[in-house]
Design a protein around this ligand. Structure first.
Ligand code: ADP
Length: 483
């Protein structure tokens, strides 16, 4: 097997810049691909935090002018990765998040901030930016959607467009097109034009050699009008060149046997540390310290996608079974206020932390009995994978990657010893309530619960299988180019 060098281009990388699961994937997949003889170099924007973390960064290329200022490519190491960083202070050196200013408004020049990232990736791929030339490029999400468009127009290695969530498409006004340096022919329904605007993700989906998304079920859902968010026609057209490959999680970062964020470590064979985590979590969130109360957790962006308004509606049912709820999240003001109000109205029964807190996320996974993910759609979902590994039974909507990763503990599954959680469909208040009642019944049979927990903890949620599938796809694409 010959080695296959991949340039992975993305706008986030854990732990340096993260707004969602994308960052986790970008950080963890290269390590798993290395075992498949696929060395990955990862190109990210030079945000302040990224530049600060870069070790031994050496300049490999200079751009005299990249969308309004000079820029350079640095290559070094950070976060355990072979990292290439686009140092362009006029685009990335600012306060606030990767896409928004400190007040939460999208940066007005996002079209060019990410056109620049794609352009830089294209220069590397075309062998015009230093000695490193990849065999294949993987572009993640809309921020890099122009990269397949550039390489489609200019040649270069095969490209894979990976869509982590079709809800974010990078759509900009038509006049942006003239600034992108693409040939006029790219302004077409088969190129970057999207209902009269410029669509970055659309461009990548249309022009990459292959498109992947992060679960087989999501790959099927987005081919339909109901799930395709306007891109379903194009996605159907990609036929077998659209694949769903599940995400894994970094099993070193998420390991209850070594996790320093927990009061005590534990394993399926030695579960005592789990109870200690539960007690610590209940105390931390002001919940009644009751090891026997069924404790649910939520770790999530608080958005419509995640179905957490349904959970607020179903809260009386949850509390009616005697259960408790621990919530960690940030997002829409109405949902933040809703959970904060629920915690006030039900002291000792509902605990809520509005914010982003990695350590607390670990404690929640270790301390709750069940993790709720009532998403309306979910490309893959990572929290339920962490939950499986930590022995928190996922109670999830049967959509996208949730459907592909959790085995419903129905009677037959329980008898066969394969159930790992509770699934419900469709994502509605009624069905969520039914799932909460079913989960409470399962909790009532503690021996069965422990068996389900062991099944969950035995599930392989690592990157091993997914990485092998990516490697096979990459080799396939190279072979078809060579043929
Ligand atoms: P999405 O990418 O749609 O937000 P995922 O489940 O794929 O959802 O990934 C979310 C990631 O972000 C997980 O690693 C989860 O643990 C983490 N996360 C989400 N919200 C928080 C929070 N408030 N604090 C800490 N971690 C969070």
């Amino acid at each position: 097997m010959t080695s296959l060098a991949v340039l992975s281009v993305a706008s986030e990388v854990y732990p340096l810049v993260k707004t969602g699961g994308l960052a986790d994937v970008v950080a963890a997949l290269p390590q798993a691909l290395a075992a498949e003889d696929v060395p990955v170099c990862t190109l990210v924007p030079g945000y302040v935090a990224v530049l600060a973390a870069l070790e031994d960064g050496a300049e490999v290329h200079r751009f005299a002018d990249l969308y309004g200022g000079p820029a350079r490519l640095l290559r070094g190491r950070a976060a355990g990765l072979d990292l290439m960083v686009l140092d362009a202070p006029h685009l990335y050196s600012r306060p606030g998040g990767p896409y928004q200013d400190p007040s939460g408004r999208d940066w007005p020049d996002n079209a060019w901030r990410f056109a620049a990232l794609a352009r830089a990736g294209a220069e590397v791929a075309l062998g015009r930016a230093g000695a490193y030339v990849p065999d294949l490029v993987q572009a993640h999400d809309w921020q890099t959607g122009l990269l397949p468009a550039y390489l489609h127009a200019e040649g270069g290695p095969p490209t894979v467009m990976t869509a982590h969530n079709l809800a974010f498409q990078g759509i900009f006004p038509a006049p942006v097109f003239g600034t992108l340096g693409l040939p006029p022919s790219a302004w077409s329904i088969d190129g970057v034009e999207y209902y009269g605007s410029v669509g970055y993700l659309k461009a990548g989906i249309a022009l990459a050699d292959a498109v992947t998304t992060v679960s087989p079920s999501y790959a099927a859902e987005i081919r339909t009008a109901a799930g395709g968010m306007g891109l379903d026609g194009l996605l159907r057209k990609r036929g077998e060149r659209l694949l769903g490959i599940l995400n894994g999680i970094d099993t070193a970062v998420w390991d209850p046997e070594t996790d320093t964020a927990l009061p005590a470590c534990y394993s399926a064979a030695r579960p005592a540390g789990r109870t200690l985590s539960k007690v610590a979590l209940q105390a931390r969130l002001g919940l009644d310290v009751q090891p026997n109360a069924l404790l649910y957790g939520v770790i999530s962006r608080l958005t419509w996608q995640k179905g957490l308004d349904l959970l607020l509606e179903a809260l009386p049912t949850l509390l009616g079974t005697g259960a408790q709820l621990a919530v960690l999240g940030t997002g829409e003001p109405a949902l933040q206020a809703g959970f904060a109000a629920a915690a006030q109205a039900h002291p000792g029964r509902v605990g809520c932390v509005i914010g982003y807190d990695e350590k607390l996320a670990h404690l929640i996974q270790a301390g709750v009995d069940a993790l709720l993910v009532p998403s309306r759609f979910e490309p893959c979902g990572l929290t339920q994978l962490c939950a499986l590994r930590y022995g928190a039974l996922p109670v999830v909507a049967r959509v996208g990657g949730l459907a592909d990763t959790v085995v419903d503990a129905n009677e037959m599954a329980a008898a066969a010893g394969v159930g790992t959680g509770v699934l419900f469909a469709p994502p509605s208040r009624d069905m969520l309530e039914a799932a909460l009642l079913r989960t409470a019944r399962l909790w009532g049979d503690r021996e069965l619960w422990r068996r389900l927990q062991r099944n969950a903890m035995r599930t392989d949620v690592s990157w091993k299988r997914p990485a092998a599938r990516y490697a096979a796809l990459f080799r396939d694409l190279l072979a078809s180019r060579a043929a």
